[in-house]
Structure formats: C-alpha cells, structure tokens
Design a protein. Structure first.
Length: 179
C-alpha cells in the first residue's frame, strides 16, 4: 500500500477530477444529473454491486494518481416512504436486505427524497398495509443491524448532497494518503 501525503493544493486539484459514479440501473434521476452537469461534475455510469451512487478519482499520473481510486462509500436513493415499503414486501424484501448485506463492504447511507419521511412512517401516511409501529421498528432494526443511516432530504438538494458527501469523504481519504 502506498502512503503519500498530498499538499492542500494537490488535493484540491485532484478533487476537481472526481467523478460521481452513477449505477446504470438508477432511474428517474434527471434532477441529480442536471445538478451535476450544471456544476461541471464529471459523471461515470457503471453497474454498482449495491447502492445508486459512489465516487472515483480517475488515474492521472500528472497529479500523482497511479490508478483509478474508487471510494468505498455508496448512497442508495429512494424517492419516498412508498418506495421503501414496496422494497419490504415479501417478494422484494430479500433483494432489499441482500443489498444491505452487500453494503457492509463499505460506508452506506440511504437518502430519501422526502423531508417528512419519519413523520409519515410514524403516522402510517403511505400506501402500504404495513403497520406504522412495525415499519418503524423494522427500519430502525435494519439501521442498527446493517450500520447505516436513513436521511430524509429535499429532492431539490439531492444532487448537492450526493456531490458534497463524496467530495469531503474523498478529501479526507486523500489527506490520509491511504492507497
């Protein structure tokens, strides 16, 4: 393992090359792609084993990057509590939990495009027959068991949150020189 310590200027130059990796199966994400394109953030479409978004720094020997660097962190995006309850139905529950199991390989966060997410879960304001108390317990249990967070966010802020979450994770990774 190489341990190299970049200067702050070098880190800032490297971060300008960071790509947001978008899973090829991710759908209905024009609002995210538009944000990234508007802010000149490079996008790389690639099948991810789990999650919808990640980040990478492409190989650039001029900047001292001997190979592509993939951040061991992903974001799973859901648009609503309804989408999550749909993932917890008997026929799709195993696939959702298997994704959580695979996510144990790195850092994982689930962003939900609904600021009222937890309120809706508690009040049962969703289209599923899932009892509110059972759903609440199930989600909290999954978070504890698989060590991830569910973070409600405004849909219009999703692109920004994805970019900056990975930007600062990558920045800290580069400061440690752990690659």
């Amino acid at each position: 393992m190489i341990h190299y310590h970049y200067t702050e200027t070098e880190i800032n130059n490297i971060l300008k090359t960071m790509n947001i990796v978008v899973d090829t199966r991710e759908q209905v994400n024009d609002h995210i792609l538009k944000y990234l394109q508007k802010n000149n953030v490079p996008i790389k479409k690639k099948k991810l084993d789990y999650g919808d978004y990640s980040a990478m720094i492409p190989k650039n020997e001029e900047l001292g990057i001997p190979r592509d660097i993939y951040l061991n962190s992903v974001i799973e995006r859901k648009n609503s509590v309804d989408e999550i309850t749909g993932n917890l139905q008997k026929d799709t529950q195993t696939a959702f939990e298997n994704e959580l199991i695979r996510s144990q390989q790195g850092r994982f966060v689930l962003l939900v495009e609904d600021l009222e997410f937890w309120t809706k879960v508690i009040k049962g304001d969703y289209r599923s027959n899932y009892e509110p108390k059972a759903l609440y317990g199930r989600l909290l249990s999954f978070q504890a068991k698989y060590n991830f967070e569910i973070v409600p966010i405004n849909k219009n802020e999703m692109g920004n949150r994805i970019y900056y979450r990975f930007y600062y994770q990558m920045k800290n990774y580069l400061k440690r020189g752990a690659f």
